[in-house]
Design a binder for this molecule. Sequence first.
Ligand code: C2E
Ligand code: MG
Ligand code: MG
Ligand code: MG
Length: 279
Amino acid sequence: RAKANGKACYQVFEPTMHQRAFTSLQLETDLRKALVRDEFITHYQPIISLTTNQIVGFEALARWVHPEQGLIPPGKFIPIAEETGLIMAIDLCIMRQACRQLLVWQDEGLVAQSLTMSVNLSVKHFMSFDLLEQIDNILQETGIQGQNLRLEITESDIMGNAEFASKIIEQLQNRHIQLSIDDFGTGYSSLSYLHRLPIDRLKIDRSFVMRIGEHGENTEIIRAIVALANSLGLGTTAEGVETPEQLAQIKALNCEFGQGYLFSKPLDAEATRKVLEHG
Ligand code: C2E
Ligand code: MG
Ligand code: MG
Ligand code: MG
């Protein structure tokens, strides 16, 4: 088979494999340049209290303004950034921008002092005391209080090294930095970390919210997550709320917070300011 098709295989495969390798290497090179050239910007998506209908926070979401390809969403570059370890620099860059922005809005009286800025962290690739030092630097440099910063991490990030994670998380708690578990319900987890770690909120993954009502089991999963959260004294945020029907359902299930296109898509700093100014 190899002999008969060998040539054809080479002809078919070589360019694609070559191209694929080239693309991810190119992407890595471009990512490195992007960091130096400051091509990452932050978009902000409001998180709403479902009891008061007020904006209680924003999630900071990374966007890459590529010189040729325009705005690139995180799904396209975060995986490579994680593979190459560039993620740490990108995460910190977004954290810095988001904290600076929050301070501006605070100073202008556009947001309540209690409003929190949520930042995503890929911790499994840089779980170290370096992380704490970097966060301390950012808090100091931007003047943001620890309690105004909320970190979003996934279950897999914690489970990778639960013992070390608990040390880091304890240190974060000393700084009053808040913690959410992102995409809750999608990762494998023993759940035992939930009561061992000072986590205070679960973000119910969009995949459950999206199909709420459509299949009974998604509703039951959300109900179970809310019950679990309640029994552990944690808050819940429903991700990806897109329709009034979904909003009605998550309210009926006693979710505390909501986030999604129904309220607002993630917006750049200027557009977010307009939302804050005009209600
Ligand atoms: P995530 O942390 O779960 O963020 C929520 C994602 O859902 C965002 O996608 C947001 O735009 C999207 N979303 C929010 N509401 C809706 C909705 O109603 N419908 C739909 N279809 N989507 C909605 P985005 O901005 O593309 O980010 C994707 C993921 O990339 C994030 O998921 C997060 O895991 C990761 N990410 C983004 N920024 C960063 C960052 O600075 N650092 C790290 N490590 N990861 C990041
Ligand atoms: Mg998130
Ligand atoms: Mg999420
Ligand atoms: Mg998600």
